[in-house]
Write a protein that binds this ligand. Structure first.
Ligand SMILES: *[C@@H]1O[C@H](CO)[C@@H](O)[C@H](O)[C@H]1NC(C)=O
Ligand SMILES: *[C@@H]1O[C@H](CO)[C@@H](O)[C@H](O)[C@H]1NC(C)=O
Ligand SMILES: *[C@@H]1O[C@H](CO)[C@@H](O)[C@H](O)[C@H]1NC(C)=O
Ligand SMILES: *[C@@H]1O[C@H](CO)[C@@H](O)[C@H](O)[C@H]1NC(C)=O
Ligand SMILES: *[C@@H]1O[C@H](CO)[C@@H](O)[C@H](O)[C@H]1NC(C)=O
Ligand SMILES: *[C@@H]1O[C@H](CO)[C@@H](O)[C@H](O)[C@H]1NC(C)=O
Ligand SMILES: *[C@@H]1O[C@H](CO)[C@@H](O)[C@H](O)[C@H]1NC(C)=O
Ligand SMILES: *[C@@H]1O[C@H](CO)[C@@H](O)[C@H](O)[C@H]1NC(C)=O
Ligand SMILES: *[C@@H]1O[C@H](CO)[C@@H](O)[C@H](O)[C@H]1NC(C)=O
Length: 885
């Protein structure tokens, strides 16, 4: 045994030695070159700590370095993106003669374009995207003759695009988007025949026509010119772009017609976007039929025979966006039945035409927006067969006829807007669109009653049926919905208005229906007995609940003791029943913990996931122990791995997990103890006396903690239970998130059913929670938005039994902000007016976080940035304005 080990060791040593020798003999300077490159870089986060000159650490293993796989192991690639590096990019790196790839994107290099890198004769890819590169592009850019990929996007480069770009014949990718380039784009593309991606987007001072010679780039796949200041007409020469998959000319100042010839290029097109320009005229007819090709029109620009690929059928087209222009004439209706089409946006033009029944063939169609045009005809039955459609808006057109009974059958339909048309007939019963959030049929000629099935749509939030000829009464069951907007004004409705629809909604939403009656309306109902809160009844119920909780609690303690006894017995037999892992030296045994967890030490409420105890360690320190009542049957090993994943999180805004113990039945998570209670407690206490500056800091801290879980921690985690009760505060009011990522410990099924038992209707849950199985970042963003609303308004999120305003905060705020002066009413009145500007800003962020459409919510990184922009101001004010009592 020992001999073998010795031989092995000698072998290892000699191996290391060989590698070292090899590196120092055959390419002696690579280490030194890299170290001298490192020496000129400022590395505040110590990301290059592995770059050090020790024999055991070969440079090919250094962070970001790749080498050729054969001797002499030359460095071929350096990737150091997103490391907050700054300082100088030293030309010493060009002594690495085989270096072909250099990516320094997403750092803070603050210097002009490093022309000296043109000495790197093998360099093929230079990526300096998203740094602080400044200055102009010098004509010596031509020295980068070997480059195939040049990415200088997202910097502060200014001045004109030099003609000498035209000599970079090897370029396949040229991205100089999101800079401050100006002037006219010169004729430089004739020789760049290998170009596949050209991105000049987001250069607002680039006032130029689209150069004709771009049309010669036969291999170009992506032409991205959006959000600059391109003007003039779209050149007909673009017919030469046979390989084009992505064309984005949106948000420019383009005028004139879309050239008919463009139709030839559409064969491979995936995305076509000319939205937000000043284009006009009819859209090329037959753009996707490929049959109407008039060659004689283009003989001046087109020579040679048409490749077969120019016979356009748009079979690959997924996105078609022409909105906000001046197009008129017939819309190319063949788009509606393409096999891959997902998005069609044509709103705010003067298109005419009908939606064909063949729309049912567009089996991937997700979104159609045709508002504010002159479309006409009936809503086709085929529309209801498209099962992927989640948004259909066609307001302000001339659609007429009855709504087909299946018009809202898509199971993912979320937004349906057919307002301001000439629709007639009744509203069909809606049953299948369980994800419908917004339905507007306002200003049509619809008759009949409001269908009661609307009350069964779990996430319906906006319902506008105003200006129609609806009759009958308002279904009582609509009270079940969390409606933020309910407008039935100017119909012929009658009878009693459900109480919760009167309270809180502007009276104008009911006006113009002389037959309606109820408190606050011109007409009172004859049998007016408004439902009131029966406080007696509530108290009794609460009592029953409390006693029940007590019984359950006691059962827990008894259970705990039984387990403890069993564990002692088990230990006698040498089989450990309780297993513990402490990540901190807690100096406590499982027995001490179990004894410490009694009724006296339990924190009254606990959470949904189990009771919480404060246990004193022998040292006198306090820890919090959370007993998870329900956990999956998994091996002790995988449970340990999951808890370890959570325990390794180190962030100032996340409560530390100190350890855990588990038996076959339970898991106890041990957390650090914070003595100031939760944000939720503070908000429910009679007064909520925190000054604005402190509230803002709490909000920023929480957002930073969540952003850390979402983006920085590996593996990425979701919190999934963000609410003010899970935000603990330390003595300096620094917030710390607790109860995070318990899905990891409990398993998805148990986690979900436990949360559901609390009520899927918790107002911290977003509308999509009811139907979406997939947990997303946007779910946490929504819950965070609710907490932010609590901080801004000083109001508890959940409705309370006692309070008369028995609606939740999101609904309450949304109703208020719809009113004039409503925003002021939302802000916590105990906070001084001098903070209002920042509070309104925070309210805006909270509203976008709680957007009903998940895609519209910002990321937490964006939220942090937004909130921080109000911070310095709040700090200044903090000192002057003491807390109003
Ligand atoms: C790296 O180590 C080698 C051998 O130990 C030495 O010759 C060389 O000078 C060192 N380079 C630097 C930059 O310290
Ligand atoms: C990035 O680096 C700069 C200075 O090099 C430092 O001031 C800043 O704190 C760093 N940022 C992060 C997020 O590490
Ligand atoms: C440059 O690097 C960034 C960050 O790694 C990446 O997103 C981008 O796609 C790269 N550019 C090119 C042209 O590959
Ligand atoms: C293309 O290259 C040729 C010869 O190398 C040169 O004469 C011409 O000016 C170049 N054209 C452009 C547009 O740069
Ligand atoms: C568009 O062009 C018009 C005149 O041609 C000019 O007045 C306007 O400022 C331009 N708009 C943009 C966004 O460049
Ligand atoms: C083709 O273009 C020519 C010249 O503009 C025109 O005279 C002719 O009518 C066109 N043919 C068709 C079929 O559109
Ligand atoms: C083009 O189409 C013709 C007839 O349809 C066919 O004979 C020919 O092979 C095709 N050429 C290419 C390059 O696909
Ligand atoms: C409708 O589109 C026209 C331009 O075609 C625009 O001027 C108008 O503001 C739009 N109306 C609405 C309500 O958006
Ligand atoms: C709908 O009501 C309007 C005015 O209230 C009336 O002019 C119109 O005739 C009614 N239409 C139908 C179909 O009842």
């Amino acid at each position: 045994m020992a001999t073998t080990f010795c031989i092995y060791l000698i072998f290892l040593l000699s191996l290391t030695f060989t590698i070292f020798n090899l590196s120092s003999s055959s390419s002696p300077s690579q280490t030194d070159i890299l170290l001298s490159f490192k020496a000129s870089i400022q590395d505040s986060n110590n990301a290059l700590s592995t770059w050090s000159n020790t024999s055991s650490n070969h440079y090919c293993n250094w962070n970001g370095i790749s080498c050729s796989t054969t001797k002499p192991f030359s460095v071929t690639s350096i990737s150091l993106q997103s490391l907050n590096l700054s300082g100088d990019i030293s030309s010493s790196i060009c002594d690495l003669t085989k270096l072909s790839y250099l990516n320094l994107a997403d750092n803070s290099f603050n210097e002009p374009i490093p022309l000296h890198l043109s000495k790197c004769s093998f360099l093929e890819t230079l990526n300096l995207s998203n740094n602080l590169i400044w200055g102009t592009i010098p004509s010596q850019i031509s020295e980068f003759g070997s480059l195939r990929v040049l990415d200088l996007s997202r910097n502060h480069i200014e001045g004109n695009i030099p003609e000498s770009f035209g000599t970079l014949k090897n370029l396949e990718v040229l991205n100089i988007g999101s800079n401050l380039l100006s002037g006219n784009v010169p004729t430089i593309f004739g020789n760049l025949t290998k170009l596949e991606v050209l991105d000049l987007s987001q250069n607002p001072y680039l006032v130029s026509e689209i150069p004709e010679d771009i049309g010669e780039l036969g291999r170009l796949k992506q032409l991205l010119l959006q959000s600059s200041s391109f003007q003039g007409e779209i050149p007909g020469s673009l017919v030469g772009l046979y390989s084009l998959t992505h064309l984005d000319l949106s948000e420019n100042n383009l005028t004139g017609f879309v050239p008919k010839s463009l139709a030839y290029s559409l064969k491979n097109l995936v995305s076509f976007d000319v939205s937000q320009n000043k284009l006009s005229g009819p859209f090329p007819n037959g753009i996707c039929k490929g049959l109407i090709i008039n060659l004689s029109l283009h003989t001046n620009i087109f020579t040679g025979s048409l490749p077969n690929s120019t016979i356009s059928e748009c079979m690959s087209l997924e996105r078609f966006q022409v909105q906000n222009n001046g197009f008129y004439g017939d819309f190319p209706i063949e788009l509606f039945s393409l096999p891959k089409i997902k998005l069609i946006r044509a709103e705010n033009n003067r298109f005419s035409g009908q939606i064909p029944e063949s729309i049912s063939k567009a089996v991937l169609l997700e979104q159609v927006q045709l508002d504010n045009n002159s479309f006409s005809g009936k809503i086709p039955i085929g529309l209801g067969f498209v099962k992927s459609l989640y948004r259909f808006s066609a307001s302000l057109n001339n659609f007429y006829g009855e709504l087909p009974p299946n018009f809202c059958d898509s199971p993912v339909m979320s937004i349906m807007n057919l307002s301001h048309n000439s629709l007639s007939g009744q509203i069909p019963q809606l049953k299948k669109c369980r994800k419908l959030v917004s339905l507007s049929l306002a200003d049509n000629s619809i008759i009949g009653e409001i269908p009661t099935s609307l009350a069964e749509l779990p996430v319906l939030t906006y319902l506008d049926l105003s200006d129609n000829n609806l009759t009958g009464s308002i279904p009582q069951r609509l009270q079940n919905l969390k409606l933020a907007l309910f407008n039935v004004s100017f119909n012929e409705l009658s009878g009693k208005v459900p109480y919760s629809l009167i309270s809180g909604l502007p009276a104008s939403f009911l006006e113009g229906n002389p037959g309606l009656c109820g408190p606050g309306l011109p007409k009172l109902c004859s049998d007016d007995d408004m439902p009131r809160h029966h406080n007696g009844g509530v108290t009794t119920l609460t009592c029953v609940l409390i006693s029940f909780a007590f019984v359950v609690g006691t059962a827990f303690v008894v259970g705990g003791f039984v387990l403890y006894r069993r564990s002692c017995k088990g230990n006698d037999n040498g089989v450990g029943v309780w297993r513990s892992v402490f990540f901190y030296p807690l100096r406590i045994s499982e027995n001490d913990l179990l004894i410490g967890m009694n009724e006296k030490s339990s924190l009254g409420k606990g959470g949904v996931f189990g009771k919480v105890y404060v246990v004193s360690l022998p040292s006198g320190e306090l820890v919090v122990v959370k007993k998870l009542v329900n956990f999956r049957n998994q091996s002790s090993k995988s449970l340990k791995a999951e808890v370890k994943t959570l325990a390794k999180i180190r962030h100032k805004n996340i409560v530390k997990i100190l350890g855990f113990c588990h038996s076959d039945e339970s898991v106890f998570l041990i957390y650090e103890y914070l003595n100031e209670g939760s944000l939720g407690d503070l908000i429910s206490s009679q007064s909520f006396p925190l000054p604005w500056g402190v509230r803002l800091r709490i909000a920023i801290g929480v957002a930073q903690g969540l952003a850390y879980l979402h983006r920085d921690y590996v593996p990425h985690l979701l919190h999934r239970n963000v609410k003010s009760n899970n935000i603990l505060l330390d003595a300096n009011f620094e917030p710390k998130l607790t109860d995070f990522a318990l899905d990891r410990v409990l398993g998805e099924a148990a986690f979900h059913s436990t949360l559901d038992s609390e009520g899927a209707s918790s107002c911290y849950n977003p509308p999509e929670y009811g139907y979406s199985k997939k947990p997303t970042e946007q779910l946490d963003v929504y819950s965070f938005g609710v907490v932010l609303l609590e901080l801004v308004s000083g109001r508890k999120a959940e409705a309370t039994e006692e309070s008369d305003d028995s609606i939740d905060i999101v609904k309450w705020v949304r109703r208020k902000v719809n009113l004039t002066n409503g925003v002021q009413q939302v802000l916590d009145p105990t906070i001084s007016h001098t903070c209002h500007q920042a509070m309104v800003g925070a309210l805006d962020i909270a509203l976008s976080c709680t957007s009903v459409v998940p895609e519209k919510r910002p990321t937490l990184v964006e939220v942090v940035r937004g909130l921080q922009s109000f911070e310095s101001r709040a700090q200044d004010l903090n000192e002057e304005h003491s807390i109003p009592v």
